[in-house]
Ligand binder design. Structure first.
Ligand SMILES: [Zn+2]
Length: 157
């Protein structure tokens, strides 16, 4: 299944990595300079390298995608097109956007003391990252993010 595709984004592409996670794709972020390590890690873990380094791409063609644009929305479209990705609504917001780990569903009573009062009053569905403990819910921020993802898909062709 193509939906199990995994990525590793290099140092220039931190926002892209974060958004791929939000959309539900397992994406590591590698900010180091050692391109040999980047290549090794990608091969070792079966990840596709996303990079703005043309030399790297020409030396690692089968496992890398050159990202041309500096604009996040266009970058997402590039990844989508070049790796033939299908966005799956069910997977949106299932990974921590910082840690790249699956979120755990939480009940209101589990998170009540950690979230602002108005959030506790208006939201029902919560999830939390095991590593960084960040709590996610579907507030106005979520709606804006969803609109952004939709706009990435709508721009096509
Ligand atoms: Zn986290």
């Amino acid at each position: 299944m193509r939906s199990e595709i995994k990525f590793i984004a290099d140092g220039m592409l931190g926002s892209l990595a974060r958004w791929l996670r939000i959309i539900g794709f397992d994406t590591e972020y590698f900010s180091g300079r050692d391109k040999y390590f980047l290549s090794y890690r990608a091969r070792n873990q079966g990840r596709i390298v996303l990079t703005r380094d043309r030399n790297f791409v020409s030396q690692n063609r089968p496992i890398s995608i050159f990202i041309e644009s500096e604009n996040l929305r266009l970058q997402l479209r590039e990844v989508k097109k070049k790796s033939n990705l299908k966005f799956d609504r069910e997977k949106f917001f299932t990974l921590c956007s910082l840690c790249n780990l699956p979120l755990e569903k939480k009940k209101l009573e589990d998170v009540l003391i950690y979230v602002p009062e108005y959030v506790g009053k208006t939201q029902k569905n919560f999830s939390q990252c095991k590593r960084c403990s960040r709590i996610y819910w579907q507030g106005t921020h979520y709606q804006r993010m969803l609109e952004f993802i939709n706009s990435v898909e709508a721009d096509e062709e």
